[in-house]
Write a protein that binds this ligand. Structure first.
Ligand code: DON
Length: 565
């Protein structure tokens, strides 16, 4: 009897030990029963949760978070930029909203080239000519009109209060502002809030009275508060004095557009993502299809085999991106063909398991800032299961650096996302051709990939990140981390990421986070390796089996936070 008792006791200890082991090894994000918001700034996440608690749905919270980020996270949060929203309602309706910037009416194909047809350095990146017609305010008004529940005015209130009462800078934010000090002065000789001090420090308190006034105009007048009247005149005045080309007509004509979502299956999941003018959805679906066709379930996360296959898929997918992708309102994009599984089977048939393929030799120039994080993404799920995935940007940090002083906000430098000359890389090293050439009122190609994943008929995951060209590959890896490598949402967000994009022909990995033996094996296969400080800053939400939500923000790479209730 005693022996049996001892055996049972040992068994019990063993089981408890196993359970603790599992619990100890698993890292979860914020667990919430009713609703969750994951964003790049704690104040914005808190504002989103407050709106959900007040009975707002995910779309109300999204509008409030977008405007809050415009105040609290001015390097990327914006009213002077644009973005994309992917929507899945609790009834399973899916939709996507395009509020991407547009080229002004006076834009033309060679506007960034000199008389010898050579790109003029920085003209598409810095200053007034780099600015596309902003889309964010039209986007939020349009999103709210179709899906919002609380009055629009209520959703603007927290951002207005934030602008009036001020925001305390984190260390990272103060350093980021300081880094751009000279550029701010160069582009804005008349000065503005960030040039009132030479060195900003953690804990400094910044108020934005001019921005508060603009937000009030939007609160009162909806889109007219931005695209007409005082705000529009402020933008056009700034353009005139700085040599920009955006007119009142450009602003008045801007519309956000509902577009058919891209939807495709991957294993037992459905992926819902953004179509053109973002390349993100097409590229992501191509990558997942290739992975489903060619991967092996025995492969471990970030093993030589899995990184090799990812890189080979990415090489081919980014080459397709450069050739075919642009604004579908202007060019025919063979989307059905690009996503056809037999096309992809053929496309990927040349992948060898042993050797890296040479990327086509095109002079791709140097990638200036592959590790920069100037876009921002947020994910929201409410208690009914409505889901929202928004990626929004000024493109570069603080966009073009042009600050509309009267209005209190930065303008984007999204024009650099056009192909300013075939084969000439943009700031993310991306090349393009005719399909993404500049044309009046055309939208520039994007890599932003806000995405929602269903499992069967149910909501499963909401994902997205900043990162320029690395957005697509970070979203790809984060989805696989959960679906194929068994990670929690937080682990998938934290996991070391890699990136490759056809040209420049190399695999970029996060320094100090990869196994040396794997890097050596990849090198032996013919891959060129390069390191960077960070890839991806995901803000995601996973719906767990018991219906609760796991919000995960990238605490290891950013100040972001996921909150819920
Ligand atoms: O639309 C795009 O693809 C780029 N303008 C995004 C820029 C970006 O993500 C910058 N930083 N992380």
């Amino acid at each position: 009897m005693r022996v049996i008792t001892n055996i049972l006791f040992s068994l019990l200890i063993f089981l408890v030990a196993c359970k603790q082991e599992v619990t100890k090894d698993v890292e979860r994000g914020t667990i919430a029963m009713n609703g969750a918001v994951s964003s790049a700034h704690p104040l914005a996440s808190q504002i989103g949760v407050d709106i959900l608690r007040k009975g707002g749905n995910a779309y109300d919270a999204g509008v409030a978070v977008q405007f809050a980020l415009a105040v609290a996270y001015p390097r990327a949060g914006n009213i002077g930029g644009g973005g994309f929203a992917v929507i899945r309602t609790s009834e399973g309706e899916v939709n996507t909203l395009d509020f991407r910037e547009k080229a002004p009416l006076a834009a033309h194909e060679k506007m960034y080239l000199d008389e010898k047809d050579q790109p003029i350095k920085n003209l598409s990146v810095k200053g007034h000519l780099a600015v596309g017609v902003p889309g964010s305010v039209a986007g939020m008004v349009t999103l709210h009109e179709k899906y919002g529940r609380l009055p629009f005015k209520v959703l603007l209130k927290p951002a207005i209060e934030l602008a009036e009462n001020g925001v305390v800078l984190t260390d990272a934010e103060a350093k980021t502002i300081n880094r751009y000090h000279d550029l701010f002065r160069e582009v804005n000789p008349q000065g503005f809030v960030f040039t009132t001090k030479d060195v900003w420090e953690q804990g400094d308190h910044v108020t934005y009275p001019a921005l508060a006034k603009t937000l009030k105009l939007i609160q009162e007048n909806g889109r007219d508060g931005f695209y007409k009247g005082k705000t529009a005149e402020g933008i056009v005045g700034e353009m005139k004095q700085g040599g920009g080309i955006i007119t009142l007509e450009d602003l008045e004509k801007y519309e956000a557009v509902w577009r058919k979502p891209l939807k495709s299956s991957f294993r037992v999941y459905n992926i819902i993502s953004m179509g053109p003018p973002s390349s993100g959805g097409v590229a992501l679906l191509q990558l997942l299809e290739g992975w489903e066709q060619l991967s092996n379930p025995k492969w471990k996360h970030n093993s030589t085999e899995s990184i090799h296959l990812m890189t080979e898929l990415e090489r081919r997918v980014y080459a397709d991106r450069a050739t075919f992708m642009g604004d579908a309102d202007f060019v025919d994009i063979p989307i059905t063909h690009l996503l056809d599984s037999s096309y992809l089977e053929n496309r990927f048939a040349s992948i060898s398991n042993e050797k890296a393929t040479d990327s086509q030799i095109i002079k791709a120039g140097e990638v200036e800032r592959i590790e920069s994080y100037e876009t921002t993404h947020f994910s929201i799920v409410d208690k009914e299961g409505n889901a929202l995935s928004i990626t929004t940007t000024l493109n570069g940090n603080f966009g073009s650096k042009v600050f509309v002083k009267e209005g209190g906000f930065f303008l984007n430098n999204e024009m650099d996302d056009f192909s300013i000359k075939p084969g000439v890389p943009n700031q993310f090293g991306l090349v393009g051709g005719k399909a993404n050439a500049i044309s009046p009122e055309k939208r520039m190609l994007s890599s932003m990939t806000p995405t929602i994943v269903e499992k069967g008929d149910d909501l499963f995951m909401v994902v997205g990140t900043p990162g320029g060209s690395t957005i697509i590959t970070s979203v790809f890896q984060t989805i696989l981390n959960v679906t194929d490598f068994g990670m929690t949402m937080q682990e998938a967000v934290n996991a070391p990421k890699l990136h490759s994009q056809w040209l420049p022909d190399k695999i970029v990995y996060e320094k100090g986070k990869m196994k040396r033996v794997v890097l050596d094996e990849l090198k032996a296969m013919g891959h060129v390796l390069d390191s960077t400080t960070q890839i991806g800053r995901m803000d995601c939400i996973l719906r767990l089996e018991d219906g609760s939500l796991e919000g995960a923000s990238d605490r290891t790479r950013s100040d972001g936070v996921a909150l819920g209730y």
